[in-house]
Ligand binder design. Structure first.
Ligand code: DGY
Length: 330
């Protein structure tokens, strides 16, 4: 009989059953296959008795969550964005923080482009038009009329891996690509994306489609608010696949209501899973429930990478996507 005590881990949200079964071979697992979001109090309590945890953006890992986590060595995010992590607090507590870069780049770039197309060509609104029996009103001038993508200018704010993926897709549509980023790309990367670096204001003033792909940080809070929207063309679209809080959703709702811009496509929201009530009333906005990485293949790859990170950290090795690398130098 195997009497070895298994280390205890927490899996804060539901994962694929096969992945869970595999983890159960090596660990005593506190799982949450019912997928109920756990409260900060419950999270603090759970983290007090485990050596590792798999979490998602719905779990905030900060000093309070870590207050009693004396044995915790690693928290693996099943997400590339990690604004749910207070990294300095994790580092101070000696807890490794990991995320899931690369495996979702193309899937997320695909979705960004799909959301842009749905927004510019009013696809969800058109579907409602059909479902609501308006097809008999079809005419040259009376359909939901969109704006073109081909040969227009796309302005990408945040030119990391996903932003560059969107730029490459835009080239296939004959689009002119401009971008703004905290730091300018290497010339070879700009060339590969056919992208021209411009200031944020120039981007907002000249782009026909503005796509947001930057990470959320305190400095990036409300990167797009009333002032920035006022710079945009009245025919422009705005797509946010970055994070809630990058856009001032109340200001955006007001602008869309007053037709200050043509339309918006939003996959992320301030205060998710809540959506600003004014946005819900508008037809010139396409809404999605934070699904940019949501294909089965990619979600499985994200879970697998998060597990690799967790296993490596607990085996005393460097996790493949460690965020607080300074822990290794200590
Ligand atoms: C990420 O990985 O950051 C995505 O937003 C999750 O879908």
């Amino acid at each position: 009989m195997n009497t070895q005590i298994k280390p205890k881990i927490l899996i804060a949200r539901a994962i694929f059953p096969e992945a869970l079964a595999k983890l159960e071979e090596s660990f005593e697992v506190r799982s949450n296959q019912a997928d109920q979001i756990i409260t900060p109090e419950e999270l603090q309590k759970e983290l007090a008795s485990v050596v590792g945890a798999l979490v998602t953006g719905s779990e905030r890992i900060d000093a309070s969550a870590l207050a009693n986590a004396k044995d915790l060595k690693v928290v693996a995010n099943i997400s590339v964005g990690y604004n749910n992590f207070d990294v300095p607090a994790m580092t101070a507590a000696g807890v490794m923080a990991t995320n899931t870069p690369d495996v979702l780049t193309d899937t997320t770039a695909d979705f960004g482009f799909a959301l842009l197309m749905a927004t510019a060509r009013r696809i969800t609104e058109s579907e409602h038009w059909v479902r609501n029996g308006h097809w008999d009103k079809w005419s040259i001038v009376n359909n939901p009329l969109g704006v073109d993508l081909h040969h227009s200018t796309i302005g990408i704010i945040g030119m990391g891996r996903i932003g560059q993926g969107i730029a490459k897709r835009a080239l296939g549509f004959g689009m002119n690509v401009i971008y703004y980023n905290r730091s300018r790309l290497a010339e070879s990367d700009e060339k590969a994306c056919g992208a021209k670096y411009v200031s944020k204001n120039e981007l907002l003033q000249t782009a026909d489609h503005v796509v947001l792909v930057l990470p959320y940080t305190t400095e990036n809070h409300h990167t797009i608010g009333a002032k920035e929207i006022a710079l945009m063309k009245p025919t422009a679209t705005l797509v946010n696949i970055a994070r809630g809080g990058i856009v001032d959703d109340a200001a955006l709702a007001q602008a869309l209501k007053a037709n200050k811009i043509f339309a918006a496509g939003l996959d992320v929201f301030e205060g998710e899973p809540n959506v600003h009530s004014e946005l819900l009333k508008l037809s010139n906005v396409v809404l999605a429930p934070h699904i940019a990485s949501a294909t089965e293949k990619t979600r499985r790859a994200m879970v697998d990478l998060a597990i690799d990170n967790l296993r490596a950290a607990l085996a005393g090795k460097k996790p493949p996507s460690l965020i607080n690398t300074e822990l290794l130098k200590a």
